[in-house]
Design a protein around this ligand. Sequence first.
Ligand code: GUN
Length: 291
Amino acid sequence: MQLLDGKKTANDIKEEIAIEVTTLVAKGGKKPHLAAILVGSDGASETYVNAKVKACERVGFDSTLVRFDSDVSEEELLSEIEKINNNLDIDGLIVQLPLPKHIDEMKVTEAISPKKDVDGFHPSNIGRMTLNSPTFLPATPAGILELLERHKVETVGKHCVIVGRSNIVGLPMSILMAQKSYPGNCTVTLTHSRTQNLKKITKTADILIVALGKAEFVTADMVKDGVCIIDVGITRVKSDKTKSGWKLLGDVAFESVKDKCSFITPVPGGVGPMTIAMLLKNTLIAAKSKT
Ligand code: GUN
């Protein structure tokens, strides 16, 4: 079994980005600049956005964090997005999801300029991704592709089973793994909450990507020997074995499954750090596309 070490891979990518920023600035260019909008004070969203801002600092980017109370009107949020769209100094813009119920997420996503949409969530960028045209790939799927590529995981002709059909992970992953490129060229099965006989399907997976948000959902009896597992889940559960009183669990019961795997991502330290690294990579691409 080989660990797909997201922490190390993400650090390698961040170092590569930092070197590019230094070169860009030495040539008289400006630092890439990411703006993030956070609405409300959801603990997980707060943690993610703070990690994104910190990662910007680490690679030499500028960053701007715009905060709104959870009762902000949709109109006010859309007007801030328009302001950032028109701000020539800002290269990339993300609005952390989920948003409060009174705000239409699709309207917000569509309001972000596709040229600054470094999350890759805008319908026109999803369309470009689907057609394999150059675009910003959503950060988590892009991070998974990068993990597979940098660990030279074979994908051609393999059966890739995806559990979960979210717009952020499962759905784009199913498109990317089927594409005529590496990593890709898989036969893909996209499973979800209405799938029948899930275990029968997961047992045939050569590559199993789980993005469901249910702690330790996948157990050893659900996978075959030699499977490559990508675990996207991060659930915080109480623990009396850690100092903080909490621990993070993936969607896969790691200890029971690991000995059957050719490759597996740990949680934490697998897909999570890759998401932030790929967001930085998209922001660098956005900045360079203007020069
Ligand atoms: N919420 C959960 N994941 C993401 C992400 O990748 N980007 C944004 N903007 N919000 C999220």
